[in-house]
Design a protein around this ligand. Structure first.
Ligand code: UDP
Ligand code: MG
Length: 141
């Protein structure tokens, strides 16, 4: 089983889409093993988006990401990293097909409803940045 980190971003939180997005993952038989509704600290975002820090959109992205609390979650399932990214759709919500989470709930390339870990390395880094070991439920299955 693989684990991946998902954030429901401020645009989707403020429109009341948390439940609808969670339902997408439950429908695909992923299991929720940790979750918290939290405002991300500024220094955490510096680490999180470290690979984007030279990009022109970095400052705007950070202020968007702290504009409301976000819903941070850890989902578990077979090939979770790749399958969850596929459910999200491409980064630019205006180009994301209907039926994907970004296509259905996102607005544009920044306000795209959701974050999902890109690969193994990102998943373990992001899990450590948000969750303590005792906050993670180990389900037997
Ligand atoms: N982003 C942005 N402007 C851009 C590209 C990306 O604000 O031109 C934001 C967007 O919210 C995106 C995040 O930066 O989800 C991380 O970018 P990345 O290219 O890693 O996309 P993702 O992995 O989220 O699809
Ligand atoms: Mg990325």
């Amino acid at each position: 089983m693989e684990r991946t980190v998902v954030l429901i971003k401020p645009d989707a939180v403020s429109k009341g889409f948390i439940g609808k997005i969670i339902a997408r993952f439950e429908k695909e038989d992923f299991l929720l093993i940790a979750a918290k509704f939290m405002r991300l600290p500024d220094d955490l975002l510096d680490d999180w988006y470290e690979h984007h820090k030279e990009k022109p959109f970095f400052a705007e992205l950070k202020s968007f990401m702290i504009s409301t609390p976000i819903m941070a979650m850890l989902w578990e399932g077979k090939d979770a990293i790749k399958r969850v990214r596929k459910l999200c759709g491409p980064t630019d919500a205006t180009k994301a097909p209907k039926g994907t989470i970004r296509g259905d709930y996102g607005e544009d390339v920044q306000r795209n409803a959701i974050h999902a870990s890109e690969d193994d390395h990102a998943a373990s880094k992001e899990m450590d940045l948000i969750f303590l070991p005792h906050e993670i439920q180990e389900w037997k299955r």
